[in-house]
Design a protein around this ligand. Structure first.
Ligand SMILES: Cc1cc2nc3c(=O)[nH]c(=O)nc-3n(C[C@H](O)[C@H](O)[C@H](O)COP(=O)(O)O)c2cc1C
Length: 254
């Protein structure tokens, strides 16, 4: 059996470009090929309850991501406006708030859609960055800038697409599957060597190791997870609370 093919090769080459895309353009034709093919992703009840906003204005990209990235950007939104609008058109005037189930299902749809776009882009030789940047800002501003409908529409994933000067072989890597894939039933963490996991992270991020941080996870827990406005474990920040508020204003019953 051949366990290698072009698709698996594309998956092996996936990598994130952290904002520093070069000036090479992603063409409109490439963008429409990516958007058309990512919509092949599975979606609940096959209603396509999402919208993709293609942003190519550098000023708008800067406003919504806080990064002056000269590239193209797709904002993947949960969007129940088509189904609500057509319901009303057909005389079904009882379109309810989107339930928790609908919301979570929609998040799955949008996530799969985004990753399928990442793969489609890579197959065309285009690199990407998925970012949560919009959630580090006032989500009401983001909705206004993109002219998103007030109700039933919420931006979820932001994807920047572009080219990079980084050599194609340079990828960050992942934990090995034996720490992540459980056969039959779950293997408790106590049965797994913590040392192995710590060492694997050191291998993935050697540039973070020094006297102060003997392991990557020392840096992670002391620097990255240090309490900040948008990164407080287990506690809601003002931004988190605002996201909830805007979701509820937008008709999502979460
Ligand atoms: C939901 C999500 C949000 C992310 N947000 C950011 C971000 O805001 N900034 C960034 O530089 N990378 C972001 N990333 C990219 C990850 O940091 C990156 O995928 C990870 O470090 C692994 O690197 P690789 O994709 O090159 O293998 C995000 C990825 C995901 C899936």
């Amino acid at each position: 059996m051949n366990l290698n093919n072009e698709t698996l090769e594309t998956l092996k080459k996936l990598r994130t470009i952290h904002w520093n895309f070069n000036d090479k353009e992603v063409t409109d034709q490439e963008i429409s090929t990516i958007t058309k093919h990512c919509m092949r992703a599975a979606n609940a009840t096959n209603l396509s309850n999402y919208s993709i906003i293609v942003v190519d204005d550098v000023d708008v990209i800067k406003k919504i991501t806080s990064n002056p990235c000269k590239t193209k950007c797709l904002v993947f939104c949960l969007d129940y406006n088509r189904i609500a609008g057509t319901a009303s058109h057909l005389g079904y005037d009882y379109f309810p708030e989107v339930s928790w189930y609908g919301f979570i299902g929609g998040i799955f749809d949008v996530s799969i859609l985004t990753q399928t776009a990442v793969i489609a882009a890579k197959s065309l030789g285009i690199d990407s960055l998925i970012t949560n940047a919009i959630f580090r800002q006032d989500i009401r501003d983001i909705k206004k800038i993109l002219k998103l409908p007030e109700k039933y529409c919420f931006p979820v994933m932001t994807l920047l697409l572009g080219h990079s000067d980084k050599p194609d072989t340079q990828t960050i890597g992942r934990l090995s599957a034996n720490h992540v894939v459980h056969k039959g039933t779950y293997t408790p963490i106590s049965d797994i060597s913590h040392e192995d996991i710590i060492a694997e992270f050191d291998n993935i991020y050697p540039e973070y190791l020094n006297e102060q941080y003997p392991h990557y996870l020392d840096w992670y827990h002391q620097v990255w997870e240090k309490p900040s406005e948008y990164s407080k474990r287990g506690k809601s920040s003002k931004l988190d609370e605002q996201i909830y508020e805007v979701l509820r204003e937008s008709g999502f019953n979460v």
